[in-house]
Design a protein around this ligand. Structure first.
Ligand SMILES: *Cc1c(COP(=O)(O)O)cnc(C)c1O
Length: 360
């Protein structure tokens, strides 16, 4: 909820839009004013050359759009065999059949017969967990080079795209070593594959810029957006696509859409959310006040005997807990157990705070 709780401006806009009777879906060559206005605003705040948005109601749906979009793109370019999308183990891209297949969470794949064909995975740039004896930057480089190895293994003529979150969110807030993204970018540029940045968590100023791609200097071809687009006030999401993709896709009808894609109430609320983010200069606030304060306090937590690493970019950070910092040892408990204990502790502190606030 990037603009915070209880913003009545958004409720007012929603009510006004609901009383407006004109509505038609935006599936087949049709549109409406709130979707046009929101697209215009999104193209203004996106990096240069992003002027088209395929709307959806959730990040998962938007990533499903991306699967069809990149495969259709290559097919229209006369390369229908370019269908493989490379993702990363432990990535999170949503819960639908397509999006959960794009995600690299093996436990999710075990349910429902996933993944769908032609999705492949490389390892995540999680140095703390998987870095072994390598220094961070060498590890980052090695993990990025797995993309090149995968391209060589499956063949450039088979690969449509690489998808990644600029900072992995649900998979444990994995901030890659500095060497990682420049190498990934160089590999994507060298071979003919598209880069999809899943901005669902990083987007809308969470990292101190409109998009995480800008913070990490990534040049994607498609950006998946959701969550912060409406600060969570309405379900709305989308894929912002570059002009070079738009040009190809619009050569014929793209048979894709959801009835509620870019629903006028959601679109109007998202537009108002972006207006507030801009008018209240929240980027500046995140960069200069909130994030710098949080960074100082966050990084000081490494002084705690059980905190091995405290990483943070903007308002997105992680703590690595360990019984022995030097060896980056894991706890003896079953994997995931310590996280659960900490979570329960945090929730009970929140409810304690609420009880005391209610009492006073
Ligand atoms: C939450 C999330 C999604 C899925 O969005 P939904 O709206 O829950 O479908 C996709 N990608 C990332 C990076 C996410 O964090």
């Amino acid at each position: 909820m990037n603009i915070g709780y209880g913003r009545t401006e958004l409720a007012d806009v929603a009510a006004r839009q609901m009383r407006e009777p004109r509505y038609y879906n935006i599936f087949f060559q049709t549109t409406h004013v709130p979707a046009i206005a929101l697209t215009k605003k999104l193209s203004e705040i996106s990096p240069k050359g992003f002027n088209k948005v395929f709307f959806a109601s959730s990040g998962s749906e938007a990533n499903d759009t991306n699967i069809k979009l990149v495969r259709t793109y290559w097919s229209l370019k006369g390369k229908p065999e370019k269908t493989i999308i490379i993702s990363r183990y432990n990535a999170y891209h949503g819960s639908t059949v397509g999006a959960a297949s794009l995600g690299g969470m093996i436990d999710m794949h075990d349910q429902g017969g996933l993944p769908i064909p032609d999705i492949q995975y490389i390892n995540q740039p999680n140095w703390w967990e998987e870095g072994g004896n390598l220094p961070q930057e060498a590890f980052g480089l090695a993990r990025a080079q797995e993309l090149e190895m995968a391209i060589q293994e499956y063949g450039e003529d088979r690969i449509a795209a690489f998808i990644a979150e600029p900072i992995q969110g649900a998979g444990g807030v994995v901030v890659a070593p500095n060497s990682y993204w420049p190498e990934i970018q160089q590999i994507c540029d060298k071979y003919e594959i598209l880069l999809i940045a899943d901005e669902v968590i990083c987007g809308f100023e969470r990292t101190g810029n409109w998009f995480g791609s800008q913070t990490l200097n990534i040049q994607p071809d498609i950006m998946t957006i959701a969550k912060g687009l409406s600060s969570g006030y309405q379900p709305i999401a989308g894929s912002i696509v570059s002009d070079s993709i738009t040009e190809v896709i619009s050569q014929q009808e793209f048979y894709h859409g959801y009835t509620y894609s870019g629903h006028p109430v959601s679109a109007a609320v998202a537009l108002e959310n972006l207006r507030i983010l801009e008018e209240e200069n929240i980027i500046k606030h995140v960069r200069e006040i909130a994030a710098s304060y949080l960074k100082e306090k966050w990084e000081a937590l490494v002084d705690h005997p059980m905190v091995g690493e405290a990483k943070i970019i903007g308002l997105l950070g992680s703590l690595a807990l360990t019984p022995d910092k030097n060896s980056r040892a894991k706890f003896a408990a079953e994997a995931g157990m310590i996280g659960k204990i900490v979570r329960e502790r945090c929730l009970s502190v929140i409810s304690l705070c609420e009880t005391s606030r209610n009492a006073s």
